[in-house]
Design a protein around this ligand. Structure first.
Ligand code: BV8
Length: 225
């Protein structure tokens, strides 16, 4: 019974109309990482950060899964062994496509977090800096996403899954953000067969045993089949 671990990045959601980060007109071309994806940026200008995430939350709420998301959901249903998706994405397109075993290591747009008491709740579509926390009423609410310099979620579960993976597949990620960019090395160290499915070779392409290039909605269903 083979154990499959799948890492996804912004590229799997690109064909659903959601922007990637590092492509030519990507999110980082429009905003400085320091301003919108760091705790320091949020402390400096919480309204700017909420505006950035409110716009993405609105787009994500309207977006539909594409053939790549559906192929992974079908794989989870059909495969005899465990299939775990570790996504760097903060949209919920894997869940909308029917995947259930999903770890959002960089958080989720549809969750809010209280920086004062660590309470988490379903985020309203539009958040603002003065929203009171439903539990402690402090106006310290922020998007429940992992910014640069913060520790990604569920790293122990991810390490455990990588150490027992028979197949590790990386889909739609540039391989430029750590610790996710190192997962292929961890999986390879434990003997997994490693596969990259991406529009073009990522920064880590040479670390994979198998690579297939093309749009996710083509290469993912073809690989799953
Ligand atoms: C941490 C927030 C410690 C949510 C994000 C120096 C060296 C090494 C590391 C560091 C360093 N200096 C600092 C670090 C650490 C830092 C880091 O990696 N920096 C980088 C820039 C060097 N990392 C951190 O701070 C992390 N925390 O290290 O804590 C720690 C760690 C472990 C244990 C204990 C302590 C936190 C990182 C999280 C940052 N938050 N986002 C949000 O706003 O969404 S990162 C952001 O980039 C997104 O979350 C996204 O997930 C991530 C990666 O981007 P990709 O998903 O890969 O998207 P990208 O646009 O880059 O690429 C898209 C790809 O898709 C491309 O390859 C493209 O070809 C392809 N594609 C496009 N279209 C398609 C397609 N593929 C298929 N089909 C298509 N149609």
């Amino acid at each position: 019974m083979t154990n499959i671990v799948i890492l996804t990045g912004a590229g799997i959601s690109a064909e659903s109309g959601l922007g990637t980060f590092r492509d030519a007109h990507g999110l980082w071309a429009q905003h400085r990482i320091e301003d919108v994806a760091t705790p320091e940026g949020f402390a400096r200008n919480p309204q700017l950060v909420h505006d950035f995430y409110n716009a993405r939350r609105d787009q994500a709420a309207k977006a539909q899964p594409n053939a790549a998301h559906y192929a992974l959901a079908q794989l989870e249903k059909d495969h005899a062994g465990p299939v775990l998706i570790v996504t760097q994405n903060v949209d919920s397109l894997h869940e909308k496509a029917g995947s259930q075993n999903v770890i959002h290591m960089h958080g989720a747009l549809d969750r809010a977090l209280c920086a004062a008491c660590d309470h988490r709740w379903v985020a309203p579509l539009v958040m603002s800096p003065n929203d009171p926390c439903p539990r402690c009423a402090s106006p310290a609410t922020r998007p429940d996403v992992v910014w640069f310099g913060e520790i990604p979620y569920q790293m122990e579960q991810i390490a455990e899954a990588l150490s027992t993976a028979d197949i590790f597949v990386s889909i739609g990620t540039s391989g430029e953000v750590y610790p996710a960019a190192n997962f292929v090395a961890e999986a390879d160290h434990f003997g997994a067969h490693t596969v990259e499915l991406n529009l073009e070779p990522s920064a880590g392409a040479s670390r994979f045993a198998e690579c297939r290039f093309g749009p996710a909605s083509d290469v993912v269903p073809a690989w799953v089949a």
